[in-house]
Design a protein around this ligand. Structure first.
Ligand SMILES: [Zn+2]
Length: 311
């Protein structure tokens, strides 16, 4: 065993984080189809509540190392898009993103709202939020992303939800966009995120939909092992919100066209190897070609992503 592999301790999930159930049904056994982490990982469904779970997980103590050594490996060289300060460019960016069904979550941000984007990366929603007149702050664990954001004049808190709680700042909107499924304790994550809201604040959540029309036992873009630990559908996301003491104001599903276009990359995946197909976004024509399928799934409430506004 190499020194690198020895770092990653794996643990078997004992109980479902939503219903504490201990019985699971096998669903799929995918491998890391983009960043080359070795091995297959069983994805199962909780018999009690239906939550999709990664049954064997990289131990929480090794997750920092997993993200540092593997996550986004091979796509780091992609130049960062510079956040624009122009409101008109922001509006154009927002319209384009909406056309591609990729920025719906942010529609619910009120003009002038203070926004905390949890797991912000380099802060791509900044132009969207500038167009909405929002005051944007990123929360990011990765030091390099934080440095890039600061160099672009953006506000960012370096660290995790605990670090943000220590900062004592409270926000009108806290967004967990494609984050909840990565957290070792998702109910605690929702609670912590809700603690960052001011009295009238709203929590926005987007994550892959386990009930998606695009999920198959043999392949799904969003199994994304070993990084996605949980898979919510509208029902289990509402259950997680309830467990965290939150109520659902709005909940719907949507299929981002870029996700559907990226499905083609799954065929190029080789276990244990970086998949270069995932470098960069799919072309505009390839994304637009996904419209009919996306619309059909979304109209049935089986879109690839589930979105919710919580309070
Ligand atoms: Zn359960």
């Amino acid at each position: 065993m190499s020194a690198k592999k020895a770092v990653f301790r794996r643990v078997a999930l004992r109980a479902c984080p939503l219903c504490q159930g201990r019985s699971f049904d096998p669903v799929a056994e995918p491998f890391d189809d983009r960043y080359g982490f070795p091995g297959r990982f069983p994805v199962e469904a909780c018999r009690g509540c239906g939550l999709g779970v990664l049954r064997t997980q990289v131990a929480p103590s090794s997750l920092g190392r997993l993200y540092q050594d593997y996550y986004h490996q091979g796509i780091q060289a992609r130049p960062a898009a510079r956040p624009s300060r122009s409101v008109w460019k922001g509006r154009a960016f927002f319209l384009r993103a909406r056309l591609l069904r990729g920025a719906e979550l942010w529609r619910w941000t009120r003009p002038g709202a203070s926004v905390l984007d949890v797991g912000s990366g380099e802060g791509w929603p900044r132009p969207v939020l500038a167009a909405l007149g929002a005051d944007y702050t990123g929360l990011e664990w990765n030091r390099r992303d934080c440095e890039r954001m600061r160099a672009d004049g953006l506000k960012v808190i370096q660290g995790d939800l605990r670090s943000a709680l220590k900062s004592k700042r409270r926000f009108d909107t806290v967004a967990l966009s494609q984050v909840l499924e990565h957290l070792p304790d998702p109910v605690k994550g929702l609670r912590q995120a809700a603690s960052l809201l001011n009295a009238q604040g709203r929590l926005l959540v987007a994550c892959p939909n386990w009930g998606s029309a695009f999920r198959r036992p043999e392949a799904w873009l969003n199994y994304h092992v070993p990084y996605h630990l949980w898979h919510f559908d509208p029902r289990t996301l509402a259950l997680a919100a309830e467990k965290a003491g939150l109520r659902v104001l709005r909940l719907w599903t949507l299929s981002p066209l870029s996700w559907l276009a990226l499905r083609g990359c799954l065929a190029a995946a080789v276990e244990g190897e970086i998949n270069p197909c995932f470098h960069g976004a799919p072309s505009l024509p390839r994304q637009l070609a996904q419209w009919p399928e996306a619309l059909a799934a979304d109209l049935q409430g089986r879109g690839d992503c589930v979105l919710a506004e919580l309070a």
